[in-house]
Design a protein around this ligand. Structure first.
Ligand code: URA
Length: 432
């Protein structure tokens, strides 16, 4: 077997064997295969795709390129959620404590925001002292004591993905369904979860806006999970409008706390309850979706999810009650009201523009090492589908002395559209 042979098999549209995949990836991670040969193979995968078994073997080989976590003796089942992300998606923050309050442990490895989408890690780090850098033993301890670890990826988890993702990024090979599916699933399955719920977003604010392509991604991820005997359920949910009313780090933490108190926007609560119900059913804690949904809702209403979030915060270095500091305090920014430009029904032309407007204010990352202003953002007073009159307040802009304000206004103008007829798509468009 040689590297050129593996590349040419795929170049000609063939199916790689498990041995060929392991041979290639092991050598690539060890630095014995140069990036130009790996790029050639990735390009061939991009063009020809992968068969389900082949994709399972590829993902398993990626997963086994590093440490694979196993939780033994926890006395509780484990489950996790992955979302393809979007604008205002803060679901993980109330979801993890709500599900943990029902007796399921959550090993949640999350990412940072880049471009128009925010990241759970950045939002959590807007809480003073909250550390998402947990080493192996701190992660294990968090799982044993609090039952939740909310952390970033460590260097020893799926090193193959780190190398391959960086290469895909600079060679225009990110948007391939098998490469995305294997990248996400290898990381999720390495963290030791026994089941997984996937929130695949659709709409203009989603990573993959097209519903049919999102379904294809879901199918590829489900095939991978099946090949590894990991139960998985998928919800395809709306990102053709922002989720909830708040966009921006502290503002989203505050909205998550509202949800954890049984309050806050209906769409956020609905998604927490729906995703949480799937996790409880897969974990075997409940057998029926409606009962599971009611149980998650109960934790939001009776304070147990909120108390669990306080435990998580304390365990990860924060102090419950101190949810932001002066740098992140939205009340110490300057506010401006963004008004409806016309009368009609509020809809969204391009939700990505809301995320990019946040970046313009300094509340997002364009480059990986950009510093985020946690205090800036938007709070929407009206939602998609509402009838508005010209001049009605649509949202409050929290800005830092006018930084990026012109661009943010222009992007919000581009994001929304006032139309005469519009019915928002359902929050959950498909379940798989
Ligand atoms: N997120 C990932 O982790 N990997 C991809 O390939 C795309 C999005």
């Amino acid at each position: 077997m040689d590297v050129r042979g593996v590349v040419s098999t795929k170049r000609d549209g063939g199916v790689l064997s498990r041995e060929e995949i392991e041979f290639f990836l092991t050598r690539y991670v060890a630095g014995e295969v140069p990036d130009y040969q790996a790029s050639a193979l990735l390009m061939a995968i991009y063009i020809h795709g992968m068969q389900p078994d082949e994709l399972g073997d590829w993902t398993r080989a990626m997963l086994q390129s590093g440490r694979v976590v196993k939780f033994e003796g926890l006395g509780r089942p484990t489950s996790d959620k992955h979302s393809t992300g979007g604008v205002g998606d803060k679901v993980s923050i109330p979801l993890a404590p709500a599900v943990a309050a029902c007796g399921v442990a959550i090993p949640m490895i999350s990412g940072r925001g880049l471009g128009h989408t925010g990241g759970t890690l950045d939002k959590l780090e807007s809480i003073p002292g909250f550390s998402t850098q947990l080493d192996e033993s701190a992660f294990q301890r968090a799982m044993e004591t609090v039952g939740v670890a909310l952390a970033g990826q460590t260097d020893d988890l799926v090193p193959a993905d780190r190398k391959l993702y960086a290469l895909r990024d600079v060679t225009g090979l990110v948007s391939s369904i098998p490469l995305i599916a294997s990248s996400i699933m290898s990381k999720k399955l390495a963290e030791g979860t026994e089941s997984l719920v996937l929130d695949i977003k659709y709409g203009s604010g989603a990573f993959i806006p097209d519903v049919a392509q999102g379904r294809e991604l879901a199918k590829a991820m489900m095939d991978i999970a099946a090949s590894m005997n990991v139960p998985v359920r998928v919800l395809q949910t709306a990102m053709d409008r922002p989720l909830g009313c708040a966009v921006g780090h502290t503002l989203e933490i505050l909205e998550s706390l509202e949800c954890l108190r049984g309050e806050g926007p209906a769409d956020l609560r609905e998604l927490v309850c729906e995703l949480g119900a799937q996790m409880l059913c897969m974990a075997g804690v409940e057998s029926e979706s409606e009962a599971a949904k009611a149980r998650v809702a109960q934790t939001l209403d009776d304070g147990s999810a909120f108390a669990k979030f306080e435990d998580i915060t304390r365990n990860q270095g924060g102090q419950p009650g101190t949810w932001f500091n002066a740098q992140g305090d939205p009340d110490l920014t300057t506010t401006e009201t963004f008004l409806a430009p016309a009368s009609g029904i509020l809809s969204y032309r391009d939700v990505r523009e809301v995320g990019l407007a946040l970046c313009a204010l300094g509340g997002g990352r364009v480059q990986l090492d950009d510093k985020i202003d946690f205090g800036v953002g938007f709070r929407f007073q009206r939602e998609a589908g509402d009838t508005v009159s010209a001049g009605d307040p649509l949202c409050t802009i929290y800005h830092r002395a006018g930084r990026g304000l012109d661009e943010a206004r222009a992007r919000l103008t581009q994001a929304i559209e006032i139309v005469t007829e519009y019915k928002p798509q359902p929050l959950i468009i498909a379940r798989m």
